[in-house]
Design a protein around this ligand. Structure first.
Ligand code: APR
Ligand code: PHB
Length: 389
């Protein structure tokens, strides 16, 4: 088989890139390790920046997000027994859309099927070859048969555990990492959201977040220990702990219900550089991870895809390699700013097991500054709704 761009991974990054390329007449094939149902079974954050929404519109798959997604003009921060609203609309005239990543993935899959582009699900043992030449190849096994895909470029969109990043020689790849000493225990429950907007809570017992998927479905999180197991947390214990971390009004409005998903996720910050080696590009979680505080994961995948899509258009439509040469630097400049914001929000809102009295006083001062300074709120707002591309 031959294509112009071989895309490894059918997560949001790979599917969005594929859809944008297909709509501009650039042939591409996606190779995905798992089945479509498995990919759709993953539960992930659901805050869509304006730039990401624009990209989904550009890819022709934004309609359901606009009709079913919830436009949020702000968020609430809870600390010291009170809630403080930060209005993106008033501060910078922008908003975000709350719409589950699973739904985005589904919309992208449907768009791809309608466009008739090829996706090979359950592609095993994918390996990349000749990436330093201008005729790279991808080998894989499908239904027990060895296959080879010839292409011009490979887009490594195969997430943190994928093979693309590992195909870049050790001597070339640099990695940067911070692992946080706690996790997030999250549940999904069919109960209305606690508040109309998201509540991010800082409490001495630990962080909490009240998010949502729809007007009838809540996504709730509490900071937990990395030693905790899901079985340690009955729904009753979860709600009791969450209530203690919220202000009185939010605690009263919390309607406990039986959870239908419960999981613990560790938090980490990670960046690999460069994002290009020869004819291989990395995009999304294959190249970087952010802690979920601030919900930047999907949005960063979308901005990488924006730069990569532009680079490939430059190459195929204008015969220029400029965009390709600039891809890594342009994408990383934005990645590091989102890494900074997610790290900062994580540091400001969580209880660190080894924090000193000094650290906690600084955290309180940070929160009080954000509550009282319009300059600080504008900075928060512009990062939360997403920095420009
Ligand atoms: N071969 C083929 N596909 C692979 C391989 C492999 N060796 N390894 C992983 N994959 C697939 C995974 O099964 C997954 O479907 O690559 C896909 C990567 O998707 P994501 O992990 O969703 O990563 P990405 O598309 O970059 O999306 C970033 O989604 O992961 C969340 O938090 C993340 O919100 C962020 C966004
Ligand atoms: C979510 O709804 O899952 C969510 C929202 C905001 C975050 C993280 C997760 O910062």
């Amino acid at each position: 088989m031959r294509t112009q761009v071989a895309i490894i991974g059918a997560g949001p990054a790979g599917l969005l890139l594929g859809q944008l390329l297909t709509r501009h007449g650039i042939d591409n094939v996606i190779l995905e390790l798992r089945s479509a149902d498995y990919v759709l079974g993953r539960v992930r954050a659901g805050v869509v920046e304006k730039g990401t929404a624009d990209m989904l519109d550009e890819a022709g798959v934004g309609a359901r997000m606009h009709s079913e997604g919830l436009v949020h003009d702000g968020v609430e921060l809870a600390f010291g027994g009170q809630r403080h609203r930060i209005s993106f609309r008033d501060l910078i005239g922008k908003a975000v859309i709350v719409y589950g990543q699973t739904e985005i993935t589904r919309d992208l899959m449907e768009g791809r099927a309608a466009a008739g582009a090829t996706t090979v699900y359950e592609a095993e043992d994918v390996s990349l070859h000749d990436i330093e030449s201008d005729r790279p190849k991808v080998r894989y096994r499908h239904k027990g048969v060895e296959q080879e895909l010839d292409c011009d470029f490979i887009a490594g969109c195969d997430g943190y555990h994928g093979i693309s990043r590992r195909s870049i020689p050790d001597a070339v790849l640099r990695t940067y990492e911070r692992v946080y000493p706690f996790g997030w225990l999250g549940i999904l429950v069919d109960r209305p959201p606690v508040s109309e907007e998201l509540i991010y809570a800082n409490h001495e017992r630990g962080f909490a977040l009240c998010s949502m998927r729809s007007p009838t479905r809540s996504r709730l999180y509490i900071q937990c220990s990395l030693e905790d197991r899901v079985e340690d947390w009955s729904d009753e214990r979860f709600y009791e702990e969450l209530k203690r971390r919220l202000d009185d009004e939010a605690a009263r409005r919390l309607e406990p219900g039986q959870s239908f998903e419960k999981s613990i996720a560790p938090l980490r910050s990670f960046v690999a550089e460069p994002l290009r080696h020869g004819r291989l590009f990395l995009a999304g979680d294959a190249a970087h991870i952010v802690p979920p505080t601030g919900a930047k994961g999907l949005n960063l995948a979308a901005s990488d895809v924006f730069y990569l899509w532009q680079a490939l258009l430059d190459f195929y439509k204008r015969g220029s390699s400029q965009g390709i040469d600039a891809y890594s630097g342009r994408a990383l400049a934005r990645v590091w700013k989102a890494e900074r914001f997610s790290w900062w929000m994580t540091s400001m809102l969580h209880r660190f097991p080894d924090s000193s009295g000094f650290d906690r006083k600084i955290q309180q001062a940070e929160l009080d500054y954000l509550r009282s300074s319009q300059a600080a709120q504008i900075s928060f707002a512009e990062n939360y709704v997403g920095l420009p591309y």
